[in-house]
Design a protein around this ligand. Structure first.
Ligand code: ATP
Ligand code: MG
Length: 634
């Protein structure tokens, strides 16, 4: 397997070095204390980790800090108030450059407004907004006041919003009049009204940012305009410290394996690990880099790698409101060119979409400022990895494939740029300070070239502290599987290769069992996508009378479909050849679309429902629930 050692010029200037692993191994707590001291502590901590109440950790438990102070005030105090924090790019082509001083000012106004509304530390605030600067301002204002935010993706239905608002008992919802969707304004405040309906709820106020200029339904007293309240509020506000374990946010997982879980994160450990990983994994240099993470704030990547990690590290970043094809497929490349983006972090699904659109599009732009590329959300197939490096990275930039989860809060497994010789498709190994193992069902570590279950065998600073309102589900989901060892069960399968490097194989729930052989969805999908005619693929195991499970594949083609029958046999043969005849799909369906979550993940559990002819399970987190009509008629 070819690996890609770091370019010497990159290694020479990299933030990380191999010694980081040694330091962390020699003294884990000391290492994390050092990382925590990237932050400003109003009251310094004296203890690092308290694991006596496992599986609920306390990190830096006697320390006190303010997250917003760390992301804003201290940079302004240090003389960087004029540095651009956010180059915001609106979907219709409007843009705003917001400096750290201006962002601080806005956050203070919002904090004063929230206080005037009677909110006190520990209260919950729901945020239901597109990617506008006010969404980030709201998150930071909550953090500043010790309010716990719960961001609900703005593409979710009123029902999904209501469930999350009720679960967290939010007192305030912050929203917009509407959002831009491929050139057209779509209502959003309307959905809040529908969610609240006439049944009593915990919500006392709805604060509305004007974004698209749509008329909105209005309930006097309850509803308030941002530009009449926040804009008029005082810009001075002194940040108070909160204990390191004060709750920061609740965020629901994407629901690929079942009903979404309200993951709870706290303050000191979370900010420590997001800042540490953003610095080392992205090799971020404040004042030099132009960083762009393409995630939405509605998922954890937006929390950790748009808001908290980058701002704690004084990044200058691009935040883009729209979709990659508004007004056309050039948009991302134009933005990279316009701002001179140096670090670009996205999801494999988008890379495969770019591949499908063709390389003429990126080739029409100057992407030479890019010096590091990242991937998150799903296993990246080697084909897409190589294309990404070649087309975006001039065959030279490091690619960091970052494995983590809403639950882990920050990156856990990834190559270190400038240090690791990365392999296409492999997440490589745990970061310094993180400990992971691949074990069999009994908890015995697997050998080289074997696969098993991914576990985290040591607590980490940004780990979840529970599932909101459901600590039993917390223990059951993550800690019961290896209760006697005290390990965190990630729910993902992984393989160690002959060099001991780690490959993520996808959800354990998705692993297929064909005639007693365990086959990973990621491997079969990668083989299918390796064929030039296939743009995207999703495979599931459907029950089969003879083999236990049979592999059913759904594929999207790159161009116009050739003779479909011939292609299907060709694809089946390709999988047999690449993996083994056992992995040969029983059925391959050519479809126009795949069901995906808001974060771009394929919902295999719903495809399994289709393949087995069952009623569909929970579809509330799908981007577009109508895809099943297209799949059914394909
Ligand atoms: P739910 O837990 O509700 O089913 P989810 O797991 O999709 O939702 P997230 O927390 O957003 O919600 O996703 C984390 C999962 O994404 C990981 O467990 C893993 O399966 C997958 N993942 C993330 N990054 C990578 C990566 N770099 N390589 C492979 N898989 C990844
Ligand atoms: Mg999960």
């Amino acid at each position: 397997m070819t690996s890609y050692p770091p370019a010497p010029e990159f290694a020479a200037q990299a933030n990380a070095d191999a010694a980081l692993y040694e330091r962390a191994r020699a003294d884990r707590d000391g290492f994390w204390a050092e990382q925590a001291n990237r932050l400003h502590w109003h009251k310094p901590f004296t203890e690092v980790l308290d694991w006596t109440d496992a599986p609920v950790a306390r990190w830096f438990g006697d320390g006190e800090l303010n997250v917003a102070y760390n992301c804003l005030d201290r940079h302004v105090i240090d003389g960087h108030g004029d540095q651009v924090a956010i180059h915001w790019e609106g979907e219709p082509g409007d843009s705003r450059a917001i400096t750290y001083a201006e962002l601080l000012d806005e956050v203070c106004r919002a904090a004063n407004t929230f206080t005037a509304l009677g909110l006190v530390p520990g209260d919950r605030v729901a945020i239901y907004m597109p990617m506008v600067p006010e969404a980030i301002v709201t998150m930071l204002a909550c953090a500043r006041l010790g309010l716990t935010h719960s961001v609900v993706f703005a593409g979710f239905s009123p029902t999904a919003l209501r469930q999350r608002v009720d679960d967290a008992e939010a007192r305030l919802i912050v929203t917009t009049d509407g959002q831009w969707r491929r050139g057209k304004p779509a209502a959003l405040k309307y959905a809040v009204d529908e969610a609240l309906g006439s049944d009593p709820s915990s919500v006392e106020h709805v604060l509305v940012v004007r974004r698209v200029g749509l008329d909105v339904p209005w309930t006097e007293v309850r509803d308030l305009w941002w530009d009449e309240t926040v804009a008029a509020a005082s810009p001075s506000h002194e940040a108070q410290p909160f204990p390191a374990e004060h709750p920061l946010f609740i965020l629901y997982t994407s629901g690929t394996t079942g009903k979404p879980k309200g993951i709870l994160h706290t303050t000191g450990g979370y900010l420590t690990q997001t800042a540490y990983t953003h610095h080392n994994v992205f090799d971020h240099k404040p004042g030099h880099d132009i960083y762009w993470c393409t995630a939405d704030i509605g998922w954890v990547t937006g929390h950790s790698y748009i808001v908290y990690g980058p701002l704690a590290n004084r990044a200058t970043q691009v935040v883009y409101e729209g979709t990659p094809n508004s007004p056309d497929e050039h948009r991302h490349f134009q933005i990279i060119e316009k701002y001179g983006v140096t670090i670009y972090y996205t999801a494999p699904t988008l890379i495969r979409t770019f591949m499908k659109w063709g390389r003429d599009i990126p080739d029409a732009h100057d992407l030479s400022t890019l010096r590091l590329l990242g991937s998150v959300g799903e296993p990246i197939n080697p084909e897409a990895w190589r294309w990404y490096r070649e087309v975006f990275g001039a065959n030279n930039t490091p690619i960091v494939d970052t494995w983590w989860q809403t639950e882990t809060g920050a990156i856990m497994i990834a190559p270190l740029p400038g240090v690791t010789a990365a392999k296409p498709g492999a997440a490589m190994g745990p970061l310094p300070g993180i400990s992971a193992q691949v074990v069999d069902d009994d908890g015995t570590p697997v050998g080289s070239d074997e696969s098993g279950l991914l576990v985290l065998d040591q607590p980490w600073p940004s780990m979840l502290r529970g599932i909101w309102n459901d600590m039993d589900r917390y223990r059951e989901t993550y800690w019961q599987r290896f209760a006697s060892e005290g390990w965190y069960f990630a729910g993902d399968g992984a393989k160690l290769d002959a060099d001991g490097d780690l490959w993520i194989l996808g959800r354990v729930d998705d692993v297929m069992n064909v005639s007693g052989h365990r086959i990973s969805t990621a491997e079969v999908e990668s083989a299918l996508v390796g064929h030039p005619a296939v743009a995207e693929a999703a495979v599931v195991g459907a029950s089969d009378e003879t083999t236990g499970q049979g592999i059913v594949a759904f594929v999207i083609l790159t161009g116009s479909a050739a003779a479909a029958d011939a292609l299907v046999s060709e694809l089946k043969a390709a999988v047999s050849l690449e993996i083994s005849p056992i992995a040969r799909p029983r059925e391959i369906h050519i479809v126009p679309e795949l069901p995906k979550t808001r974060s771009g993940k394929i919902m295999r559990r719903l495809l399994r429902d289709v393949a087995e002819g069952r009623e569909l399970g929970d579809t509330s987190t799908l981007v577009d629930p109508t895809v099943f009509e297209a799949i059914a008629t394909a």
